[in-house]
Design a protein around this ligand. Structure first.
Ligand SMILES: Nc1ncnc2c1ncn2[C@@H]1O[C@H](COP(=O)(O)OP(=O)(O)OP(=O)(O)O)[C@@H](O)[C@H]1O
Length: 227
């Protein structure tokens, strides 16, 4: 039987603004298994980023429970959640979110410095990941000297370098042309298979859906099967 990495139990999320309450997720339950490549699609504003932020422990639900690797983390202290994220979760965003004054190599190295003091091991890991994503000869360029696709490869190397259990990818191809988008999602799929890392990806793009091991559609606050 496949082991469950993340369990969402009757998760709801409501944003309170001065003018209104926005009910985005409604009693949503779902299991994400180790090694899944889960793609979540849905219309703009359906709540994909909201859901990914909750799965990725960046935000908390208004109600419901989250179990991560067998531990209920719904009510854990902020410091414990920060540690859990650092050790277990990598992030890839639409706009890459690289630090502009650091080279690609330094962007990958930076988060590793928080969890290890072994400089040699950090250097080897950062270089290994950058070579793996195809940037062996450009790792010392700053992001401004890289193409969009190359920047996203740096972000993917950074997300994977800490050997996370989970990578959250929020619209990782939305800023890229169609061919580059396909090469980026293919890279994520290859890494999912090579490292066994669980990937949860949100997209608008129906072409990206075909890479999923599990496809779900977010509609009216619930996840439904996508075919
Ligand atoms: N911090 C916030 N405060 C209030 N409302 C919010 C907040 N964040 C998101 N929303 C609202 O929640 C709903 C879902 O937003 P979300 O960004 O999760 O959707 P999405 O499916 O990722 O959209 P897109 O595909 O356009 O990025 C939207 O109506 C949005 O306006």
């Amino acid at each position: 039987m496949t082991k469950v990495l993340i369990e969402l139990k009757q998760v709801s999320k409501t944003y309170e603004t001065a003018a209104e309450q926005v009910h985005v997720l409604r009693d949503l339950s779902c299991n994400i298994c180790y090694g899944d490549f889960l793609v979540i699609a849905g219309a703009s504003g359906s709540g994909k980023s909201t859901l990914l932020n909750i799965i990725g422990c960046i935000d908390k639900p208004s109600s419901g429970n989250i179990v991560f690797a067998g531990k209920d983390i719904t009510a854990v202290r902020l410091e414990d959640l920060n540690l859990l994220r650092l050790k277990n979760i990598g992030y890839v965003f639409q706009s890459f979110n690289l630090i502009p004054v650091l080279s690609g190599y330094e962007n990958v190295e930076f988060p590793l410095l928080f969890s290890s003091s072994d400089k040699k091991a950090i250097r080897e890991k950062a270089e290994q990941m950058l070579v793996r994503v195809g940037l062996g000869n450009r790792m010392h360029y700053v992001p401004a000297r890289l193409s969009g696709g190359q920047r996203q490869r740096v972000a993917i190397a950074r997300a994977l370098a800490g050997n996370p259990l989970l990578v959250i990818a929020d619209e990782p191809t939305a800023s890229l042309d169609a061919d580059t988008a396909v090469s980026i999602v293919q890279l994520l799929k290859d890494l999912n298979e090579e490292y066994g890392v669980t990937i949860v990806l949100a997209t608008h793009d129906p072409l990206i859906m075909r890479y999923a091991s599990t496809k779900l559609f977010l509609k009216e606050g619930h996840l439904v099967d996508a075919h």
